[in-house]
Design a protein around this ligand. Structure first.
Ligand code: ZN
Length: 419
C-alpha cells in the first residue's frame, strides 16, 4: 500500500501487547480535487487458512509460483488476490493523475479466517476514522462462464465444540459394561440435533428466519445452477434431502444448516486398540440466515441438550458467532457496481442475494451503516482453503479494471448523500 502511494497506519485494539488482537492495517487516500466526495471502504484480510494437508500441494504453499495464467499459493485468491486488485486500482489513478476520483479507505484485518472475532470492536473504536458511505467486500467470485458474481450478503455462523466427558482417564474397554463411553453420549446428542433430511430439531431454531423478499426471490429464480457440474466437482451423487434445481440453489442462500466439522475420541489410528476414551469432542458449525442471532441460537442449543438429558456430561464451548447480513438489491451502489462490472468484464454480471459462506458483514452494517457489496477476481473453483489454491491472472486484471471503474463511477456527483 505504501508503494502504491496509499497513506497507511497500523491500528491496535489494546495498549497491552500481551492480550493484543491481530492489528488492522488502515489505508487512506483523500481526493484532492473532490475532498468532499463520498468515501469507499475496501475491507480485506491478510490472514489465511492453514496450508495443511501439505502433501497434496503441487508447489510450495507459500511460493506464489506462477504457471502460465495461474498464481499458486495459500492466500493467492483468499484474500491477497482480491486485496491486490483494490490496491492496484488506486495506484493506477495515483500514477496517472496524482489523485483519486473519490475518497478511499482500506481496512485489512488479520482474523477473518478465525471468525473476525475483534472486527466489531475495531469498527466501534475507530468508527470516525473508518466512516464510509459504501463498502467493497473482501471476496468476489467469477463463475465458470467468466461472469462476475456480485454478492450482497453472507450467512451467519455459530461455531461450538461439544465436549462429552466420561471416566477420569482413558480406560480398558472391557469396562464398557460398567462405564458409559462419552463417545456414545456424544453420538446420541448429535443425533438429537439434526435429522437425516438436514432439518435442525432444536426448538424454535427457525423462529426468526425471514422469507425471501419478492425481489430476492426473483433474482434467485433467475440464477442458473448447473446441478450436474456441481455434483461432479464435489464427487457426490445426490444432495441432502434429495434437493434439486431451484430448491438446491435456494438452500445455498437461505437454508440454515448444522455441520459436524470434526469428531475426535479414543483411538483412530491403524489397527486395534481396545480403549474407552475419557473425552469425546465434536466441532459443529451452524450456518444462520437473516434474521437469526447467534447468541439466541446458542441459548436454544444449550436448552436443547439440557432437555434431552445431556446437561451434566456434555459441555458446550462457544468458539465464535457471526450474524447473517444482506444488502438490499435496490441500494443505488449495487447498480453502480453492476454497471462497472458489466463494462469491464464485458459480460452480464450475476447478482447474488447472498453467499453461502460467512463473514462479518453484519458488523459493518451495524457500526458504520454502510451497504456492503462483493465483487472480485476469484474463479469459483479456485480451491480456496484447499491444497493448490490459485488466482487467475486474467481475472486479477479484469477485477482491477472493474474496481477502477467503480471508483470512477462512485466519484461522479450523484445519488448517494455524503457522510
Ligand atoms: Zn477464507
Amino acid at each position: 500500500m505504501v508503494k502504491a502511494g496509499i497513506k497507511t497506519e497500523v491500528l491496535n485494539l489494546d495498549q497491552d501487547k500481551k492480550k493484543q488482537a491481530a492489528p488492522i492495517v488502515f489505508g487512506e487516500v483523500r481526493s484532492k480535487a473532490n475532498p468532499n466526495a463520498k468515501t469507499i471502504l475496501f475491507y480485506n484480510h491478510y490472514d489465511v487458512q492453514p496450508e495443511e494437508p501439505v502433501e497434496f500441494w503441487e508447489v510450495d504453499p507459500f511460493s506464489g509460483k506462477v504457471k502460465g495464467n495461474y498464481i499458486y499459493g495459500r492466500g493467492s485468491a483468499d484474500d491477497k488476490g482480491e486485496l491486490i486488485t483494490r490496491i492496484k486500482a488506486v495506484e493506477y489513478f495515483l500514477k496517472k493523475t496524482g489523485d483519486v476520483p473519490c475518497n478511499v479507505k482500506f481496512i485489512v484485518e488479520g482474523e477473518e479466517e478465525v471468525g473476525s472475532v475483534n472486527i466489531e470492536k475495531y469498527l466501534s473504536k475507530y468508527r470516525h476514522k473508518l466512516a464510509a458511505d459504501v463498502v467493497i467486500w473482501e471476496d468476489g467470485y467469477v463463475d465458470e462462464k467468466n461472469r462476475p458474481i456480485i454478492g450482497l450478503g453472507t450467512k451467519g455462523l455459530l461455531y461450538v465444540e461439544l465436549i462429552a466427558r466420561g471416566p477420569s482417564r482413558d480406560v480398558h474397554s472391557s469396562l464398557a459394561v460398567l462405564i458409559e463411553n462419552p463417545s456414545w453420549r456424544l453420538v446420541r446428542a448429535l443425533n438429537s440435533i439434526r435429522n437425516a433430511k438436514g432439518k435442525i430439531l432444536i426448538k424454535d431454531w427457525y423462529r426468526e428466519v425471514r422469507e425471501f423478499t419478492s425481489m430476492e426471490l426473483e433474482l434467485v429464480s433467475r440464477e442458473q445452477f448447473n446441478e450436474q457440474e456441481f455434483k461432479r466437482e464435489y464427487g457426490v451423487r445426490k444432495f441432502v434431502n434429495d434437493l434439486r434445481g431451484i430448491q438446491a440453489r435456494k438452500a445455498l442462500i437461505s437454508v440454515p444448516a448444522c455441520n459436524i466439522a470434526g469428531l475426535a475420541a479414543g483411538y483412530a489410528g491403524q489397527g486395534a486398540k481396545t480403549v474407552l476414551p475419557s473425552v469425546a469432542v465434536a466441532k459443529i458449525d451452524f450456518r444462520l440466515v437473516p434474521n437469526m442471532d447467534p447468541k439466541k441460537q446458542l441459548v436454544r442449543l444449550t436448552h436443547h441438550l439440557k432437555k434431552h438429558g445431556f446437561g451434566k456430561d456434555i459441555e458446550i464451548k462457544f468458539i465464535n458467532g457471526e450474524a447473517p447480513s444482506r444488502t438490499a438489491i435496490n441500494e443505488p451502489f449495487v447498480k453502480q457496481v453492476t454497471d462497472s462490472a458489466a463494462e469491464t468484464f464485458r459480460i452480464e454480471p450475476i447478482i447474488r442475494v447472498s453467499s453461502s459462506g460467512t463473514g462479518p458483514m453484519h458488523s459493518f452494517v451495524k457500526v458504520l451503516g454502510t451497504p456492503c457489496v462483493s465483487i472480485g477476481s476469484t474463479c469459483i473453483n479456485a480451491r480456496v482453503h484447499s491444497p493448490n489454491e490459485f488466482a487467475r491472472i486474467d481475472l486479477l486484471n479484469k477485477a482491477t479494471k472493474c474496481i477502477a471503474a467503480i471508483l470512477e463511477n462512485f466519484g461522479k456527483p450523484s445519488t448517494v448523500a455524503s457522510k
